[in-house]
Design a protein around this ligand. Structure first.
Ligand code: AMP
Ligand code: MG
Length: 417
């Protein structure tokens, strides 16, 4: 199939075409933060559900004030959570607490600061002129019962969890998160903490990948490392294909003699959708699907390529699987001019800085090579610079991809213009 080099936009489309949403599971409210809601949620009752007292003080009938009354007998106390009491006469008032139901017969709440209470009477302080209807939050004035308060596809943060609780939802339907296998390949790689020879390389990719996935809420992860040995590789990848819905490999996907991944995938019946994207870093990116629709991303091993491809393609694809609504595509202005002659989309690491006019600016922080992982420390993400252009002046507006939060959902096209 499509072995020739394709554009970033074509790669996105080919990935999106293979994505099927995961099942819906029921999630208790206490575990809902970070989950993707899969149904709309409506207001359980009118909001507020009753005429609600907004201040601690007294409730009265305003007509009495109009007739000159300034002193009221305290008839009763109406606390929050109690059924409404009835005001018995115009010369009386009921002490009320914030959040209480407005007592029947009252149409005015006078705050405690405006009154003096002694010997069973409340008296208005000098100069206090209450208005009819003041400090009453009328039933249904925010929204009527049945109004949609959350849409399907919402990523549940703290605000949304509180809104769900207010809507009376003890549990909610959310997207099941897929099981993911993270597989690194390469004979040269040695884990941190192990003795290392001068010609060997620290194994960093799976640590970065697993960290990015878990920050994004994907915790059902199996991680494995494979030598550049086709028989062993095939056995393990086959095992992971049978257990996982998404495979994220790193290394072994370029044109080198020991880059066995594409041939192994082919032998296992994984359908390739593309191999090579017109981008830097990460040109050899490979994407395929297994016999049961498993998504297989084989990322080129260079550590900068791995992280860029993960944030640019893999995390958005995972959010698409969860049915998350596409987020806002952020754009930023370059703080400095840059030049890039190759006809490739350039994913340029940047640091964000706030300018005095309130606009976020992206300070270019190009790595020396796509192996220059350490240069990413302290960057905030990267911008995508269009393949068709060479010169990107200061102030050039480019799409922003942040390392944190991990992936704003971008399931549609992002044009790098
Ligand atoms: P490959 O794509 O396998 O040709 O790898 C490209 C480069 O990335 C080589 O210099 C590898 O040593 C390096 N590399 C591959 N995998 C990792 C990894 N897990 N951690 C750090 N570097 C890696
Ligand atoms: Mg390798």
């Amino acid at each position: 199939m499509a072995k020739s080099m394709i554009s970033v936009e074509q790669a996105e489309t080919l990935i999106a075409q293979q994505i099927k949403p995961t099942q819906i599971i029921n999630c208790s409210l206490g575990n809902a933060v970070g989950q993707v809601l899969r149904t709309e949620v409506c207001a359980e009752r009118d909001e507020p559900p009753f005429d609600r007292v907004m201040m601690d003080g007294i409730a009265t009938h305003h007509g009495a004030f109009n007739k000159g009354r300034r002193r009221y007998g305290v008839q009763a106390v109406q606390a929050a959570g109690e059924p409404p009491q009835q005001l018995k006469s115009d010369d009386a008032c009921i002490e009320v607490m914030t959040g209480a139901v407005l007592p029947t017969g009252c149409d005015c709440v006078i705050p405690v600061e405006d009154i003096e209470i002694s010997e069973g009477h409340a008296e208005l302080r000098d100069g206090v002129t209450p208005k009819a209807g003041q400090f009453i939050h009328r039933r249904g004035s925010d929204r009527p019962r049945g109004t949609r308060v959350l849409e399907a596809g919402t990523l549940l943060g703290a605000t949304e969890v509180a809104v769900l609780a207010a809507a009376g939802q003890a549990s909610v339907p959310v997207a099941r998160r897929p099981r993911i296998s993270v597989i690194s390949t390469g004979d040269e790689l040695v884990d941190p903490g192990r003795p290392i020879a001068p010609y060997q390389v620290r194994r960093s990719n799976p640590y970065g990948i697993v960290a990015a996935l878990s920050v994004a809420g994907f915790t059902d992860i199996h991680s494995a490392h494979l030598p550049d040995e086709p028989v062993v590789m095939r056995r393990e990848i086959e095992a992971q294909l049978s257990q996982s819905e998404v495979l994220v490999l790193s290394g072994g996907v370029s044109m080198g003699k020991h880059d066995h991944v594409p041939a192994i995938m082919d032998a296992m019946g994984v359908t390739v959708h593309f191999h090579c994207v017109a981008q830097r870093p990460g040109k050899p990116l490979w994407f395929g699907t297994g016999p049961d629709g498993q998504l297989v991303f084989a990322l080129p091993g260079n550590p900068v390529s791995v992280l860029v491809c993960l944030y640019r393609y893999v995390l958005p694809a995972l959010e698409h699987m969860l049915g998350k609504t596409s987020g806002l595509l952020e754009r930023v202005k370059l703080a400095d001019a840059v030049e890039f002659a190759a006809k490739l989309t350039w994913f340029l690491p940047i640091r964000l800085r706030a300018s005095t006019d309130g606009q976020l600016q992206a300070q270019p922080n190009p790595p020396n090579t796509s192996g220059d992982l350490t240069s990413l420390a302290g960057t905030d993400g990267f911008v995508g610079l269009a393949a068709e252009k060479k010169q990107f002046p200061e102030g050039y507006v480019a799409p922003l991809f942040r390392w944190r939060p991990p992936a704003m959902a971008r399931t549609g096209h992002v044009k790098h213009d």
